[in-house]
Design a protein. Sequence first.
Length: 265
Amino acid sequence: MRLTKFLFLTLLVSSLSTLAQEETTLGALITDRPDATESPTAMPKGFLQVETGAFYESFEENNVKTEDFTFNTTLIRYGLLDNLELRLGWDFVEGKTKFNGNTLNNVSSGFNPLLLGFKTGIVKENGCFPEIGFLGHLYMPFTAGTDYKPETTGVDFRFAFAHTLSENASLSYNLGAAWGNDSPEASYVYTIAYGHSITDKLGAYAELYGDLPENNKANHLWDAGLTYLINNNVQLDATVGSSITKGQDILLSAGVSFRIPSNQN
């Protein structure tokens, strides 16, 4: 028993020492949540990052109110090579409809399609030229629950850009396209986010984002939030938002992200 305790304590101290060394080497983790804007920076080789949380959104029109609760919005990112990360995401949704304040019986629930993807860096930031990355995803219909199962595989891609404005400020934006919801119609995607470091631990951001379907009206939304860096490997976040066009009255979100080095680091 004493030997087991000794081995456990040795492993714990070794793990904490490794995390401390990696914090110094890598600096603070860079996440793809809580905003809709994806970072152009790929995960370092051999590191695993988990970004998870939950959000609530609602929309009411003509006395009919729809509410969606999305749990376990988990994105797992792994640095496979020096400039290539693999991405895996999945979440669980529960949708409710209310008419004149009364909840109807048509409650829907289940997993959204599993996300498989990658991210790679294209160029590093150089003066007025931004850092640029590229990422793409597939959404696998056979992994979804019955209520959220599309007939076709969804696809999206985007270019991600980031500028350092000052020691405490940054500007990031994405441009891309998506195909999904069993429609051959492309939807062009955009995001733009301003980030500001209030302190070494506390950050804030504001964002505009949306999509422009080929044959439908454009959707434009905004959100803003806070991030809190517990240490260089763990970050908390909280967000509030809404739509500028019709479609969303309120968005509330909270989550946590953490980075784990592999045994080889």
